[in-house]
Design a protein around this ligand. Structure first.
Ligand code: HBI
Length: 96
């Protein structure tokens, strides 16, 4: 089971994750991705979903037209773990 990161480990990891920030009021990290249109946004979600499934680690996300709001947290650990950092990195690579 992935271990919850300390605040400083989380902030350290965030410094290498462009666009991701701590989620106010939650032990989680979040980012809003904006794409050219819905097609691009949903294509991103499709690819990210396959990575999440392979990791067995899933995002909390909301899509409105060309934006995708993502929140990552490890429910089992009650906070942010290396799994969230790994999935965030993968999402940034997909959205590049
Ligand atoms: N995804 N983000 C996230 N956090 C979890 O704790 C989690 C998950 N996907 C599957 C999963 N846990 C399973 O291992 C069960 O604990 C639900």
């Amino acid at each position: 089971m992935a271990e919850r990161l300390s605040a400083e480990a989380r902030n350290q990891a965030l410094s290498g994750l462009s666009g991701w920030t701590e989620t106010p009021g939650r032990e989680a990290i979040g980012k809003t991705f904006t794409f050219r249109d819905f097609n691009e946004a949903f294509g991103f979600m499709t690819r990210a979903a396959l990575v999440a499934e392979k990791m067995d680690h899933h995002p909390e996300w909301k899509n409105v037209y060309k934006t995708v709001d993502v929140v990552l947290s490890t429910h089992d650990a009650g906070g942010v773990t290396a799994l969230d950092i790994e999935l965030a990195k993968a999402m940034n690579a997909i959205a590049r």
